[in-house]
Design a protein around this ligand. Structure first.
Ligand code: TEU
Ligand code: CA
Length: 543
């Protein structure tokens, strides 16, 4: 297994990072322009969201050709230059492999639609009549998971959009083709891979109706998923690279297996349980206040569960599918800077590999769009319609979309206070936030107390202190409400992180004698951490 324990990974949502040619869409040359910024931050890998040829119905998660760069983002030479120049700065490039499904514009799907038997078997086609789909499963983007094709008199499965057809991993030819994709990019100098919804690739033998849910229990962490991953990793020789699987609605038990080095599957897993603490009944579209005590319980269960079994977590709050964390669990008004730093502290010192999503290091906020036309995301539009059809008023629906939309994190990166936030010379593909005049990278770079400077310190600490990258973890003071506290240990070394998730003072009542504060988000920690102010975070080291 590669050494990733003291590394930090930065996620780039390419279309919103930096536009180099003025078409309003971020691109590969834009990333090249910003390599010095990324180096200053101190990150080790850049995970680029899909840059492959795509009709862009789901912003590149609908791939039409895995071996080419979409002209929207540049060309192969640009990507090669990025790999080269990033490499010179000690930064590796990771690509995002969308292997559960292809775009319906992919050659394979087109040939299936033409009725070619060989290619029908690349996807999951089932017989049925126009009004009886094979099962009642739901797409994760709303509506049925099956689309009917009249001339074939068959349905195909799409767990996501209708234009994203699920591949049939049971077909060895599919698996071989996907291995060739990995081999191709590996030989270009790619240093790691993120695998999109990789725990959904193994579908059950028999397709059953789901009378309890949307069908996910039949295909999540499916019957052959571990075998398929092992085979892919072994046959492409990527065991020493950094690999992360995005695991949708997964279980701890499965993530232990996916990430345990002895299993030779992946380096680590993303799971989303900690980001559902403000969902009612696990339903993203039913908003409730975040349950911090539940959050603490989940962190503890996953951290301790992974530690006991030699599994490894990806540590993250934000990505291109999630609202901005400072708007969600912090306070993006009165305590924006302090709460952004606390949220960073709370996960960066845990056992696992931290991920930073572009703009998180600036404390970028949710979009606060006021009109449905400002949203670009397919999921937001689908659910807006679904909510209206369920009888919600448009203002109720907009309020929910405002809190939940994936576009919250997809607004253009705020580089400076120049026009269009220094992101582009022209109007960006999605609305900019008004707050870019004050929240921007230039300000972050010029202020020793900025959120950016704080992330630099966290990244450096992980490299300097083996207790953070390699040490054990134990949760402490679990009964103190709104406090997330843990102790890291390695031989004589010890670190304690105290994080106040509320805007009220917390009295801890323990004096931590013999410890010294080495980092905090307030000027000076009170009483060595006995009292924590609103959203205060303190990191103590044993002397
Ligand atoms: O996301 C998978 C996924 O589970 C999310 O889309 C999730 O269902 C959604 O955000 C819930 O609201 C991955 C990618 O990260 C996402 O951008 C893609 O749209 C999706 O897969 C399909 O490829
Ligand atoms: Ca561009």
């Amino acid at each position: 297994m590669g050494n990733f324990k003291n590394k930090t990974i930065y996620q780039i949502y390419v279309r919103s990072f930096k536009d180099s040619n003025g078409d309003g869409i971020g691109d590969i040359r834009g990333i090249i322009e910003k390599l010095n910024y990324l180096r200053r931050l101190g990150v080790d890998y850049l995970w680029l969201t899909p840059i492959f040829t795509s009709p862009q119905n789901d912003n590149g998660y609908d791939v039409a050709d895995y071996l080419n760069v979409d002209p929207l983002f540049g060309n192969m030479a640009d990507l090669e230059e990025l790999i080269q120049k990033a490499g010179e700065k000690g930064i590796g490039i990771m690509l995002d492999m969308v292997f559960n499904h292809t775009s319906t514009k992919h050659e394979w799907f087109k040939r299936a639609m033409a009725g070619e038997e060989e290619f029908l078997n690349y996807y999951i086609f089932k017989g049925g009549s126009p009004d009886t789909p094979p099962t009642n499963w739901k797409s994760k983007f709303g509506g049925p998971a099956w689309a009917y094709v009249e001339n074939l008199n068959k349905y195909y499965l799409h767990l996501f959009d209708e234009t994203q057809a699920d591949l049939n991993w049971g077909n060895p030819a599919v698996r071989e083709n996907l291995k060739n994709v990995i081999r191709f990019w590996k030989q270009k100098g790619i240093k790691g891979f993120r695998f999109d919804v990789i725990n959904l690739i193994s579908k059950p033998e028999v397709f059953e109706m789901d009378f309890e849910g949307d069908g996910r229990r039949f295909y999540t962490d499916g019957p052959l998923v571990h075998e398929y991953i092992k085979e892919l990793v072994r046959d492409t020789g990527i065991i020493d690279m950094v690999t992360v699987g995005e695991m949708s609605s997964t279980s701890l038990e499965n993530c232990i297996k996916y990430s345990n080095p002895a299993e030779e599957e992946l380096s680590m897993c993303f799971n989303f349980h900690h980001l559902k603490i403000d969902y009612k009944d696990q339903d993203k579209w039913q908003v409730i206040p975040p349950d911090i005590e539940k959050l603490k319980g989940l962190f503890e269960a996953w951290q301790i569960g992974m530690q006991k079994t030699d599994g490894w977590n990806a540590l993250f709050w934000c990505n291109h599918d999630q609202p901005r964390i400072v708007s969600r669990l912090g306070d993006d008004k009165a305590y924006r800077v302090v709460s952004a730093k606390m949220l960073a502290t709370s996960i960066h010192l845990m056992r696992g590999t931290p991920y930073i999503y572009q703009g998180e290091e600036l404390g970028m906020t949710n979009a606060y769009f006021t009109d449905i036309s400002q949203y670009q995301d397919i999921e937001s539009h689908n659910y807006y319609k679904i909510m209206l059809s369920q009888g919600k008023s448009s203002s109720e629906a907009l309020k929910i979309i405002g809190l939940r939309s994936r576009d919250n994190s997809r607004t253009p990166m705020q580089w400076s206070d120049e026009e269009y936030a220094g992101f582009s010379k022209n109007k960006p593909w999605i609305s900019l936030l008004d707050n870019y005049k004050s929240i921007n990278a230039e300000n972050g770079l010029n202020d020793d107390n900025s959120i950016f400077a704080y992330y630099q310190k966290l990244i450096r600490l992980r490299k300097e202190k083996a207790v953070i990258s390699e040490g054990g973890i134990e949760f402490i003071l679990p009964n103190t409400k709104n406090l997330l506290a843990y102790r890291r240990y390695l031989g004589p070394e010890e670190i304690i992180a105290l994080n106040n998730f509320s805007n009220k003072e917390i009295i801890i009542g323990q004096d931590f004698k013999g410890y010294k504060a080495i980092l905090g988000n307030y000027e000076s920690p009170l009483n060595g951490g006995q009292t924590l102010r609103a959203f205060e975070a303190v990191v103590l080291e044993k002397q």
